[in-house]
Design a protein around this ligand. Sequence first.
Ligand SMILES: Cc1cc2nc3c(=O)[nH]c(=O)nc-3n(C[C@H](O)[C@H](O)[C@H](O)COP(=O)(O)O)c2cc1C
Length: 218
Amino acid sequence: MEFNDVYNQERVTRKFTNRKVNEKLLAKIIERAQQSPSLLNSQPWKVYILAGEALAGLKKEVKKQIDTGVDPHEDFAKMLSLNWESFPSQNLAAVGASQPYFFHNKMDLFEDSNNTMFNAQDVVFLTIPKASPAWSVYDLGIFSQSIMLLAINEGIAVMPAHSMVSYPELVRKYAEIPNDELVGMAIGLGYKDKSAEVNDPKYIPARLPFKKIYKLIK
Ligand SMILES: Cc1cc2nc3c(=O)[nH]c(=O)nc-3n(C[C@H](O)[C@H](O)[C@H](O)COP(=O)(O)O)c2cc1C
């Protein structure tokens, strides 16, 4: 695909079809994403892909936790503050990244999609060592973006979601992740269910006016 087409398509998918991504294609995407830059080439990331019965088992146990009211407790909360500073929190409110706003108060659509892991048939879980500097979180973000752009280039839809790492001990169990790794993020990969209301383009949130984030000083 043309780079601009790939970039312009980089929008999240909150409901996938039941079609699985070809295993070799998944491996090729991750292998190519390894070319991402990282501080001093430290490459702090590791990748665990869950599919099939393992993913179904995880989804079932996560749903049970949600239904019994267990609070989300992602690993990053132990490493960094999860509080918003005023600039991003104002953005959440102002540009409609606030969930009730961009979901036109249809929060059930948003919640159902998150609680069922977007019906993703392949989920990439990304880890870094527990004892990591903040740079490794930055590096993991770059690596994630590489995975998403490479996937889109192959006609695959993407869903980065912290909600899929809200119960890290379960992810650790199903993906056989060692205790000394932080379960950082998850990206669902698959094919967009175009008939699902939750994927309607009207739920794509706007961005801030360019001038609010940009300054050129000479
Ligand atoms: C680190 C990260 C975590 C996210 N977590 C969630 C999530 O848990 N649930 C969800 O529905 N969307 C999640 N998203 C998607 C964002 O809400 C979405 O990218 C943003 O609102 C912009 O929408 P767009 O990508 O369609 O332009 C996440 C995105 C990122 C980068």
